[in-house]
Design a protein around this ligand. Structure first.
Ligand SMILES: [Zn+2]
Length: 294
């Protein structure tokens, strides 16, 4: 779902690791290094470069998630934030179509949105001319809302247990992958469900950003317990290429100079100009968008 980045915090729950440490959910290596102190539940995999949460617990994504939790983070409910989410969706669709290239008629294409929330991205895709759009949403509240308000076809089952009778030209997953307990299997299934030349586009948290690198304590304390993994631009590119994707483009999803230099600082203004130029270039951000072609 769009802009989903909440949940109970994981903090520094003590972890009793098996000998060799917990296995990486992407490459299965037991050779992870604790990232924030001896008692951390977060490990950085030495082999594939991701950070994973060994104290992962899934949450219930009920009505509260889309109303109170979202409001406490963004100042309005998810439904009230529709215009902003639609603008973001339109920009993401442009990037998807650019990577897809000419020669494929949008009206003939189908799109599957994983964690489709209230269906705003699906609305944008439909308005942009995509022939058929479908959603998978684990929250019954969101699924019912979407069916009622938009009429789109959305199934209320976990993606891992959803059966499909077709393959797709575009699969999107905005802030979804990090919530999956078995992210490697999820991404492999997405790859298998894509048609040749199909696009997988998603967003996720990144450890190559100011919070993880400069404010590790806040990162650790505010890390949602229902986030299993954190990528970096390099690790996600390598992992997707190894899975078989031919082209992988990673972009910084948010540029926040205030997370490095406080707004009250006299250096903030010149720094923010410099940062606004450099951060997108380096893909330096607490969140990233990934566009991959099969
Ligand atoms: Zn790994």
């Amino acid at each position: 779902m769009s802009r989903r980045k909440k949940g109970k915090r994981t903090g520094n729950a003590p972890e009793h690791s098996p000998p060799g440490g917990p296995a990486c959910p992407i490459c299965s290596s037991p050779d992870g290094k604790a990232v924030s102190g001896e008692t951390s539940c977060f490990y950085r995999c030495r082999r594939c470069g991701i950070v994973f949460n060994s104290a992962y617990r899934p949450l219930r994504y009920d009505e509260r998630y889309f109303l109170d939790d979202y409001r406490s983070q963004y100042g309005k409910t998810y439904a009230e934030d529709r215009d902003a989410i639609r603008r973001l969706a339109d920009a993401r669709l442009k990037k998807i179509f650019a990577l897809r290239g000419r020669g494929s008629k949008r009206g003939n294409m189908n799109l599957l949105d994983l964690g489709s929330a209230l269906g705003f991205f699906m609305e944008s895709a439909k308005d942009a001319g995509v022939g058929r759009v479908y959603g998978v949403e684990i929250s019954k509240y969101a699924c019912d809302w979407c069916r009622r308000e938009t009429g789109f076809r959305v199934v209320n089952t976990p993606f891992e247990r959803t059966a499909f009778d077709e393959t797709f030209d575009i699969i999107t997953a905005w802030y979804f992958i990090e919530h999956c307990e078995f992210p490697r299997e999820t991404m492999q299934r997405i790859y298998a469900l894509l048609n040749p030349g199909g696009i997988f586009a998603f967003s996720c948290p990144s450890i190559f950003g100011p919070q993880f690198l400069f404010d590790r304590r806040t990162w650790s304390e505010s890390h949602p317990q229902d986030h299993r993994i954190d990528f970096s631009p390099c690790s996600v590119k390598r992992i997707l290429k190894r899975m078989g994707f031919s082209t992988v483009i990673v972009r910084a999803a948010g540029v926040h100079p205030d997370r490095v230099v406080p707004r009250v600082s006299p250096f903030y203004r010149p720094f923010s100009l410099f940062y606004g130029w450099l951060a997108p270039l380096l893909r330096f951000s607490d969140t990233i968008e990934v566009y991959a072609r099969k």
